[in-house]
Design a protein around this ligand. Structure first.
Ligand SMILES: NC(=O)C1=CN([C@@H]2O[C@H](COP(=O)(O)OP(=O)(O)OC[C@H]3O[C@@H](n4cnc5c(N)ncnc54)[C@H](O)[C@@H]3O)[C@@H](O)[C@H]2O)C=CC1
Ligand SMILES: O=C(O)[C@@H]1CCC=N1
Length: 284
C-alpha cells in the first residue's frame, strides 16, 4: 500500500503553532473541524469557527469546546490558516468581509466548488496565498480524497501545510487548477453517485430474496473491497472485472444487462453534467 492510506489517514503531525479559522461550518466544514480536533492537528483553543446563525454557533461551541461565533472577521484575524467553507456564491462577500484580516503571511484554503483562486486573490487586493481544495464526505471516516491546487502566491511550504491539514481526512492529490471542476464532478460529487449504486445493488439483493440488512452489507462491502483492489493491486479495473467473469458463467450475463441498460454511459454523463454545473456554481 502507498504511504498515503485511505482506510486510516496517514498520521498527521500536530502543528503546535498553527491557528485555524473555519468560516462556514456546515456539512463539509463540520467534518473538517471534527477531524482536526480528533487528530490533534490543532488544540481546541487554536481553532475558531463560524456559522450564519448565533444559536447554532452557541450550540456547536458547547458541542466542540471551541470558540464559535458568527463573526468571520474576528475568527480570521486570530488565525494563520483561514478555511472558507461557505457556498460558492457566498465566497466574494465573505472575502470582502474578512479583507482587513488578510495579510500576505496568511494562508487561505477554499473548499468552495467553482471559485477560482484568482477571484479570491483579486478580492483580497494583494498577493494572498490561496489554495483551492475539493474534499469529499468520506472525509468523515478519514477515507476521503482531497484535490488541491495552488494560486499564484503559494509557496511549497504552504502547499505542504495544506496537504498535512487535509491528510487528517484521507488522501491528497495536487492538480492543476484547470482540473478542479472535473475533480468536483468526479470525487466531490462521486460519493452521492456511489451511494445510489450501493442502494440499487442492495435493492436488487432484496429483489432476489435477501434480507435488506444482509443485502446492504453485501453491496457496501463488495464496493469497498472492489475499490481497494483497484487501489492496492494497481491493476486496470477491466482486468479485475475479467477475473470475476467466468466463461459462460453468471457474471457475464449480468454485465450484458448493465451494458444494455447503459450504466457505463450514464455514469460518464453524470460526471460530465456535474462538472459542467461545477463550472457555474460561483455565479449562483
Ligand atoms: N458537501 C460536500 O460534499 C462538499 C462541499 N464542498 C463545498 O463546501 C461548501 C459548503 O458546502 P456544504 O457544507 O455542503 O454546505 P452547508 O450549507 O452545509 O454549509 C454552509 C455553511 O456556511 C454557513 N454560512 C453561510 N453564510 C455564512 C456567513 N456569512 N458566515 C459564516 N458562515 C456562513 C452556514 O451556516 C452553513 O453552516 C460549498 O462551497 C461546497 O462547494 C466541497 C466538497 C464537498
Ligand atoms: O454538490 C455540490 O455542489 C458540492 C460540491 C461537491 C459536492 N458537493
Amino acid at each position: 500500500m502507498s504511504e498515503e492510506t485511505y482506510e486510516v489517514a496517514a498520521p498527521t503531525p500536530a502543528m503546535p503553532q498553527l491557528r485555524v479559522a473555519i468560516l462556514g461550518t456546515g456539512k463539509m466544514g463540520g467534518i473538517l473541524l471534527q477531524a482536526f480536533l480528533k487528530n490533534n492537528l490543532v488544540s481546541p483553543d487554536q481553532i475558531f469557527a463560524t456559522v450564519h446563525h448565533p444559536e447554532r454557533a452557541q450550540a456547536l461551541s458547547v458541542q466542540y469546546g471551541i470558540e464559535m461565533t458568527t463573526d468571520n472577521l474576528a475568527a480570521a484575524s486570530q488565525a494563520d490558516v483561514i478555511l472558507l467553507g461557505v457556498k460558492p456564491v457566498q465566497v466574494p462577500a465573505l472575502v470582502e468581509q474578512i479583507r482587513p484580516a488578510l495579510s500576505p503571511e496568511k494562508l487561505v484554503l477554499s473548499i468552495a466548488a467553482s471559485v477560482m483562486t484568482s477571484s479570491i486573490e483579486k478580492a483580497a487586493g494583494h498577493d494572498l496565498a490561496v489554495i483551492r481544495a475539493m474534499p469529499n464526505t468520506p472525509a468523515m471516516l478519514a477515507a476521503g480524497i482531497t484535490a488541491l491546487c495552488a494560486g499564484r502566491f503559494v509557496s511549497e511550504q504552504q502547499m505542504a501545510i495544506a496537504q498535512r491539514i487535509f491528510q487528517t481526512v484521507g488522501r491528497t492529490v495536487v492538480v492543476d487548477e484547470k482540473h478542479m471542476d472535473a475533480v468536483t464532478g468526479l470525487s466531490g460529487s462521486g460519493p452521492a453517485f456511489l451511494y445510489i449504486i450501493i442502494e440499487a445493488l442492495a435493492e436488487a439483493g432484496v429483489n432476489v430474496g435477501l434480507p435488506r440488512d444482509v443485502a446492504t452489507l453485501l453491496a457496501a462491502q463488495t464496493t469497498l473491497g472492489s475499490a481497494r483492489m483497484v487501489l492496492e493491486t494497481g491493476y486496470h479495473p477491466a482486468l479485475l472485472k475479467d477475473a470475476v467473469t467466468t466463461p459462460a458463467g453468471c457474471t457475464v450475463d449480468g454485465i450484458l444487462e448493465l451494458e444494455e441498460g447503459g450504466l457505463r454511459v450514464t455514469l460518464i454523463k453524470a460526471v460530465k453534467r456535474a462538472t459542467q454545473r461545477a463550472k457555474e456554481l460561483a455565479n449562483g
